[in-house]
Design a protein around this ligand. Structure first.
Ligand code: CA
Length: 224
């Protein structure tokens, strides 16, 4: 897991950095909003852990800027502002989760894992699993902001899997998604699309795997 920690208090930041590193989390650190934005643009993160009171402004203001740059990593707000109104403001501003200081590192870890598991959808028209983003609006698959060059049927198969990450998608559903009525479908056509798609996702380091669920269908999930 790779996260961006946006936190200005040095003691809090160094404690968290050490604790997360011990738990095999790769952490980049930004002490203010300007650095956070610059770093977020360079890397691909499973989550952004964001303080609210920062030297150059309010953490919440970062979220719309990230989304405008098509950075879709889920945002977990981390803050001493724990009153109900503040939590509601955070969630309304587009934060995916909210944790109030003081907190246990174990709870932060559990929430980060949950965010990643949900393979989230930080905007309704995107899904993210591993390093792979699917833009449903434009029907594009991206790894590290780069559009993958996939033929239409592989793209459609991938779309169907990304609509329901970590769940088995039935063969019939996949075929329905990819083929028009009346199209001639060879008995192993779907499997052939799937194996080409797997190879391309591997080559692109998409951080996902497509598992065949015997006699049922396929499932896409993030690789640990
Ligand atoms: Ca602060």
């Amino acid at each position: 897991m790779r996260i961006l920690l946006v936190e200005d208090e040095p003691e809090m930041a160094s404690t968290l950095l050490a604790a997360l590193k011990r738990r095999q989390v790769v952490v980049d650190h930004a002490p203010n909003l300007a650095d956070a934005l610059a770093i977020a643009e360079l890397g691909t993160y499973d989550a952004i852990v964001l303080d609210r009171r920062l030297p150059d402004g309010e953490g919440l203001d970062l979220i719309p800027k990230l989304r405008a740059m098509r950075i879709t990593a889920p945002v977990l707000m981390l803050t001493a502002l724990g009153a109900l109104d503040d939590r509601v403001a955070g969630l309304d501003a587009g934060a995916d989760d909210y944790l109030t200081k003081p907190f246990a590192v174990e709870e932060l870890m559990a929430r980060l894992r949950a965010l990643r598991r949900r393979a989230v959808v930080s905007q309704a028209n995107h899904a993210i699993v591993g390093q792979l983003t699917f833009d449903f609006e434009h029907c594009e698959a991206l790894v590290s902001e780069k559009v993958l060059d996939l033929p239409r049927r592989e793209l459609l198969v991938l779309e169907a899997l990304m609509r329901r990450p970590e769940r088995t998608v039935l063969r019939a559903t996949l075929e329905e998604h990819v083929y028009a009525l009346g199209d001639e479908i060879g008995s192993n056509a779907l499997d052939a699309h799937m194996s080409r798609l797997r190879r391309k996702l591997d080559e692109a380091d998409a951080g996902v795997e497509i598992r065949a669920i015997r006699n049922l269908g396929y499932l896409l999930r993030a690789v640990e």
